[in-house]
Write a protein that binds this ligand. Structure first.
Ligand code: SF4
Length: 476
């Protein structure tokens, strides 16, 4: 799937800490002024070149360190403050085939025994946490199944997995169970089982409605499978169906994009998520670029991708939708919430299970070991399978929440005053003044509101809010 918004946090598998700090700490004569920083960020090249663009977390992943894993043991040894929401994420790293733009930790060659073993390990991992002071007795508010392709699992595997999860941590108070699905893996029986298990938000990784574009980008599903899965899902009665699209897949054209928009309007999903195509270093597209000696990816430039997202948002708004983040539009904002995203972006605890999963507990970030073998071996030994971690300062927690909430297009100043005793409009006076000067931000009562054009390039703008030591550093 392409689910950077959701488990944006749990999808990155590029796993290198080398050189991050050397970049960040390279001596420079004079730090740039805020105006110069914005000039640089906003005028950077328009071509899509290789690298990560999407900001999913803060501080950058490259600052997390294997030597800080002891911080996780410390945080799980004490109870969570009363009222801290808890979410559980389970990473299912299996797919039918690898999409050419995919940079997630996925496997296409595992057999039924491997999958069974993996699910067993995930449950042993959950068991280890379920008895710690931090987690014991807590009831998750949200559960998320991401991947990979969670819908790759069979009905029997899904039922057994979720029964075991519920036995370890009760789902009695769960408000949302989100589940990512690849249309070609869904049958009516599987969708019925998912609804019975308790899934409330089904996210369909459609990415594009065109047969040729799907094929040339290495997607496993076909166009007719999208409509079949969508209609089954509607008949089963999921409270929320989301459709994911990517603007700028290889060979995307204006004509095709307009057809995608028309299909969205025709199907009327509760929620639409649109990502702008990026080409990280571990994708098939990048390998092809290397083989051909090319620096520019064979996809649309950033200006075109932003225009396409804007065209989709505008058409959706004309058809009654509301844009609720840089990537999302929903049909009914009162009814269609995304608990996972909203709680996470307000600092909730998230326990990530499975290979390469990301967690955030009590201000400590950590990521599981990034490959199947090392993850499984650690769990077999009865050890927490953690690869790298970072304890954040209160200031870093504030910046993390601020930049993530800016992706919603507006932030409440009183939220930060109440939680951190900081007026963000003063703390980041230079950044907000610069955005206002450029016509990209307005104030409306308690709210700082981003203009649509700023929202569409928010992942670029957010770097201006990073602490100096995190700027110009490698992100993943
Ligand atoms: S291979 Fe494709 S379906 Fe699987 S996780 Fe990657 S993008 Fe999603």
């Amino acid at each position: 799937m392409a689910k950077r918004d959701a488990n944006a946090l749990n999808t990155h598998t590029h796993y290198s800490v080398a050189s991050a700090h050397s970049l960040a700490e390279s001596p420079r004569a004079m730090p740039p002024t805020t105006a110069e920083l914005f000039d640089r960020l906003l005028t950077d090249g328009d071509d899509t070149t290789a690298g990560n663009y999407f900001v999913a977390n803060y501080p950058p992943f490259s600052f997390w360190d294997k030597d800080k894993v002891a911080e996780v043991r410390a945080v799980i040894a004490s109870p969570a403050p009363q009222g801290t929401p808890l979410g559980v994420y389970f990473h299912i790293p299996f797919c039918r085939k690898r999409c050419h733009f995919c940079y997630f930790r996925v496997y296409t060659d595992k057999n039924a025994d491997d999958i069974k073993g993996y699910l067993d390990h995930g449950m042993r991992e959950l068991e280890m946490y379920a008895h710690t002071p931090r987690i014991a007795g807590r009831k998750p508010k949200f559960v998320y199944f991401g991947g990979g392709t969670p819908s790759y699992l069979s009905v029997a595997q899904l039922t057994s997995l979720t029964d075991r999860m519920k036995a370890l941590l009760s789902w009695d108070e769960v408000e949302e169970v989100a589940f990512e699905a690849e249309p070609g893996t869904l049958t009516e029986a599987k969708l019925t089982a998912l609804r019975q298990i308790g899934v409330t938000r089904l996210s369909l990784g459609v990415e594009n409605f065109d047969k040729h574009i799907l094929e040339i980008n290495g997607r496993a599903h076909r166009e007719d499978e999208i409509y079949r899965a969508y209609n089954f899902a509607r008949s089963v009665g999921f409270p929320q169906i989301n459709i994911d699209l990517i603007a700028g897949m290889v060979e995307e054209t204006d004509e095709n994009w307009q057809r995608n928009i028309a299909k969205l309007i025709e199907l009327q999903p509760d929620s639409v998520t649109i990502y702008q195509m990026e080409v990280p270093f571990n994708t098939g597209i990048f390998k092809q670029m290397q083989a051909e000696g090319k620096l520019v990816a064979p996809v649309a430039c950033w200006h075109t991708k932003r225009r396409w997202v804007n065209e989709a948002f505008t058409a959706l708004e004309q058809n009654g939708y509301t844009v609720t983040s840089a990537t999302t539009a929903v049909r009914d904002p009162q009814k269609t919430k995304f608990v996972y995203r909203d709680e996470l972006w307000k600092g909730a605890d998230l326990l990530g299970l499975g290979v390469a999963s990301f967690s955030h507990l009590g201000g400590v970030h950590f990521q599981n070991l990034p490959d199947f073998e090392s993850y499984s071996a650690a769990v077999e030994k009865g050890e927490l399978p953690i690869g790298r971690a970072m304890r954040t300062t209160t200031e870093e927690q504030l910046i993390r929440e601020l930049i993530l909430q800016l992706k919603l297009g507006r932030v409440s100043r009183s939220y930060f005053t109440e939680k951190f005793s900081v007026d963000v409009s003063q703390r980041f006076d230079a950044q907000f003044a610069e955005l206002k000067r450029r016509g990209l931000l307005t104030e409306s009562g308690d709210w700082l509101v981003l203009d649509r054009s700023a929202l569409l390039k928010i992942d670029v703008i957010l770097h201006a809010f990073f602490l100096p030591q995190h700027q110009n550093a490698r992100y993943t």
